[in-house]
Write a protein that binds this ligand. Structure first.
Ligand SMILES: [Zn+2]
Length: 309
């Protein structure tokens, strides 16, 4: 299923999240006990356990849920969903020793950093593992109720926490981030953060704040970061970004071009490029300028704008 101009990495999951069924504790227990149930492990830093695929690719290291008994699992499993033949899929947190020389998974695969793994996994596995990472990151930070301070418990297969003191319900958070390419006729404005690889220029981005629409966040961020006034903001697509829980919402932002006024805390530089220059940059033929890799929504914002010309 693809509802967007481009199905981004971490989107495009193929599992049915079965939102009504996962509220049933007995159904979840029965699902986990099925012979067809599959479980994937995440280790330190929510690194997914992956096995080698074809031609240097990776696959999520899906195990039979019956293998769980031999593994030092930390905390309850998270229910990820049902596949197209209704096999339940789960994720568990696990200690790093399992892949070590004496561990039960030794020789089968390895834990990989999520970004690096995502470039080598298929889309459905990436979406499932990114979802698991986002949920485990949230659980790790939300063991106590924000209302009363009591310990809270994981319920609904990991899709909710319930406070043991006041009964408050807490749901996994998703933090919206606007990411936008400022454009003016035949030019676009891209920025560089100090941490970027040399020569990489990208779209601008910032968290949406309370009390503003997405379009207003686009206008505020563009004005704050590069001093340009936004005339209109056109939605392009969105990308779940589990580092730890962002939702990147992509826009092309028409601006009234003026002198760049840089927010030096956010960016080390910003620069206008013509459409021809960006077309060359996408082809790897523009010295000193390359866009982010296809892994990132910014790549597709730049590409969409280049293809409009
Ligand atoms: Zn509470």
């Amino acid at each position: 299923m693809s509802l967007a101009p481009h199905c981004h990495v971490f989107a495009g999951g193929s599992l049915d999240r079965a939102g009504a069924k996962r509220r049933d504790v007995d159904w979840l227990a029965q699902a986990l006990g099925q012979r067809e149930a599959r479980v994937v492990c995440l280790g330190d830093g929510q690194q997914p356990f992956c096995v080698p695929g074809e031609a240097g690719s990776l696959e999520a290291g899906w195990l039979s849920s019956h293998a769980l008994g031999a593994l030092p699992v930390e905390g309850p499993p998270i229910f990820l969903g049902l596949d197209d033949v209704c096999a339940p899929h789960f994720a568990v947190r696990i200690g790093p020793e399992v892949a070590g020389p004496d561990g039960p998974l030794h020789g089968l695969g390895e834990f990989h950093e999520m970004r690096a793994a995502a470039m080598r996994l298929n889309g459905a596995d990436t979406a499932a593992l990114g979802c698991a990472k986002a949920l485990f990151d949230w659980h790790a930070r939300h063991g106590f109720c924000a209302a009363c301070g009591s310990a809270s418990d994981l319920v609904d297969g990991g899709w909710r926490r319930r406070c043991s003191g006041c009964g408050a319900e807490h749901f996994p958070r998703v933090d919206p981030v606007v990411i936008m390419l400022p454009i003016a006729q035949d030019r676009c404005l891209v920025g560089r953060q100090a941490r970027f690889p040399q020569g990489m220029w990208s779209a601008l981005a910032g968290f949406v704040e309370p009390g503003e629409s997405l379009e207003e966040a686009v206008a505020r961020e563009v004005l704050e970061e590069v001093g340009q006034r936004v005339l209109s903001a056109r939605y392009h697509s969105s990308q779940p970004w589990p580092f730890p829980s962002s939702m990147m919402v992509g826009f092309l932002a028409e601006v009234e071009p003026s002198a760049i006024v840089l927010d030096a805390e956010e960016l080390e530089d910003a620069q206008w490029f013509t459409r021809a220059q960006m077309r060359s940059a996408l082809a790897g033929q523009q010295p000193g300028c390359h866009p982010p890799p296809p892994f990132a929504i910014a790549h597709w914002l730049i590409k969409a704008w280049v293809q409009e010309g």
